[in-house]
Design a protein around this ligand. Structure first.
Ligand SMILES: Cc1ncc(COP(=O)(O)O)c(C=O)c1O
Length: 495
């Protein structure tokens, strides 16, 4: 940085100049690599395929279809414009009552109708990003900490900590039990923080998990709730992937757990939700804080002025989510499509000997490439990741960016592309794996060849020749949002 810009930095706030946004990580470097050279089936077939984006684009046609059939639901149509004035001037931070009612009902539906939600407790946030920050602002002061089991969502540091000054302390879970959080690990993390004089205000979990794609079972949830209850700290459950469950076991929400437990201080329990993943609407910025604590509801509601959902979006969704038949069909069909895509991908990988953590939810899976590492270190993981991104041209995200303590795991997103792109991605992986084996065989006497050793030969047959392509052309195959401007990873740092 030049002297001039260093001086102008000094004029800014500590928040503005801190690097707690976390953009300097391989996670975002992958995004940059994609932005520089995005795959396009005809214009740039050798480009990078974006598999680092947890977006659900598999069922958007159902929503488009509903919109076509319900033009009155939008204020920007001839059929709906009569409501334009009423909606456009609305600015109440409680939100439209019909919107809160519809969201509460939808949340209940997603949880199999086993729990109900009170519309009076629905507080709006700008996506789950805003909702997570909002609830943190209500629960903790600068310097206080939240524990989070890892591997965890990489942007928690930013969402919970950047502007609030709260610390996020990941604690390790490992592959020996499928990365499930245990009371022992939680207790150890809590005690360690206390020994370091850190004031632990709570625990945050994502259920279903990003990046694992697994759900927490009832017993684990009971254990976590008992733990926070005993320590008198908060539990924030980010349930943003609740309706992405596509296989058994079913999703169990913390709301069901506290309903069934004999004694829980409900003031400690807070659910964060969003329509970004379950409905594939991240651009709508619909985030929800649902707290069982009256004071948190009151305070969060006042604070929500900084991140409201636009009245136009509320109006449309109130109508859409009240359509029970649509919601029922959407949820069923979405999970069917996710299951199909997950199976196509993981079976394709299995055929070339790549395994993944068994999962039942989410928009991604957790791929195990440990045996391909030259060394079981972060450097080994980064070396492999660079081969995957620069030569195989797939932007998958390395486990270390999710604070995973075991090296060689990668998160692969599977719901942000069409079937053709899936084929291309799988073909590239096949070529990558087969080429590695062939080179190994050429270099080793046949009798000593085994699949493990080709990890020392991670060279690819891919042409490094760049194909000409129009910068920023929106690809019909790669359904990710693209603007003609080069993207800053800051813009899309959330997934
Ligand atoms: C666990 C988790 N929480 C929050 C978010 C942010 O979601 P939103 O787009 O609703 O802000 C994401 C997005 O990837 C996520 O995976």
């Amino acid at each position: 940085m030049g002297l001039e810009s260093e001086q102008s930095r000094l004029l800014l706030s500590k928040i503005a100049t801190s690097d707690r946004h976390g953009e300097n990580s391989p996670y975002f470097d992958g995004w940059k690599a994609y932005d520089r050279d995005p795959f396009h089936p005809t214009n740039n077939p050798q480009g990078v395929i974006q598999m680092g984006l947890a977006e659900n684009q598999l069922s958007l046609d159902l929503i488009e279809d509903w919109i076509r059939k319900n033009p009155k639901a939008s204020i920007c149509t001839a059929e709906g414009v009569n409501e334009f004035k009423n909606v456009a001037i609305f600015q109440d931070y409680h939100g439209f009552p019909e919107f809160r009612k519809a969201i509460a009902k939808f949340m209940s539906k997603v949880r199999g109708g086993r729990v109900t939600f009170d519309p009076e407790r629905i507080v709006m946030g700008g996506g789950a990003t805003g909702a997570n920050e909002l609830v943190t602002f209500c629960l903790a002061d600068p310097g206080d900490a939240f524990l989070v089991p890892s591997p965890c969502y990489p942007a928690f540091g930013r969402d919970l900590g950047w502007r609030t000054g709260v610390q996020v302390l990941p604690f390790q879970c490992d592959s020996s039990n499928g990365f499930q959080v245990t009371k022992k690990a939680l207790e150890a993390a809590y005690n360690k923080a206390r020994e370091n004089n850190i004031n632990v205000k709570g625990l945050i979990i994502t259920n279903p998990s990003n990046p694992l794609g697994t759900t927490l079972d009832r017993d684990t949830l009971v254990e976590l709730v008992s733990f926070i209850n005993e320590k008198n700290i908060h539990l924030v459950c980010d349930e943003i992937y609740a309706a992405t469950v596509f296989n058994s076991p079913n999703f169990v929400s913390v709301s069901e757990i506290i309903q069934d437990m004999e004694y829980v201080n409900r003031d400690l329990i807070h659910v964060v939700y969003s329509l970004s993943k379950d409905m594939g609407l991240p651009g709508f910025r619909v985030g929800i804080v649902y707290s069982y604590n009256d004071l948190v509801v009151q305070c969060a509601r006042k604070m929500s002025s900084f991140g409201l959902v636009s009245s136009q979006t509320q109006h449309l969704l109130a109508s859409m989510l009240s359509d029970e038949e649509f919601v029922e069909n959407f949820l069923k069909e979405s999970s069917k499509r996710l299951a199909k895509r997950y199976n196509t991908f993981t079976k394709g990988l299995e055929q070339v000997g790549i395994t993944c953590l068994k999962s039942n939810a989410g928009l991604f899976f957790w791929m195990d490439l440990r045996r391909l590492l030259k060394e079981q270190t972060i450097e080994g993981e980064m070396e492999l990741w660079r081969v995957i991104i620069n030569e195989v041209k797939l932007n998958v995200s390395p486990g270390s960016s999710f604070h995973c303590s075991e090296f060689g795991w990668f998160r692969v997103c599977f719901a942000n592309m069409d079937d053709e792109t899936v084929k291309v991605a799988l073909d590239r992986i096949r070529v990558f794996v087969c080429r590695g084996k062939e080179e190994d065989e050429q270099q080793q006497p046949a009798s000593t060849v085994n699949t493990k050793r080709w990890k020392t030969n991670l060279r690819l047959s891919f042409s490094s020749r760049r194909h000409d392509h129009q910068e920023g052309v929106m690809s019909p195959h790669m359904m990710s949002p693209h603007s003609p401007m080069p993207h800053s990873p800051l813009v899309r740092a959330r997934t």
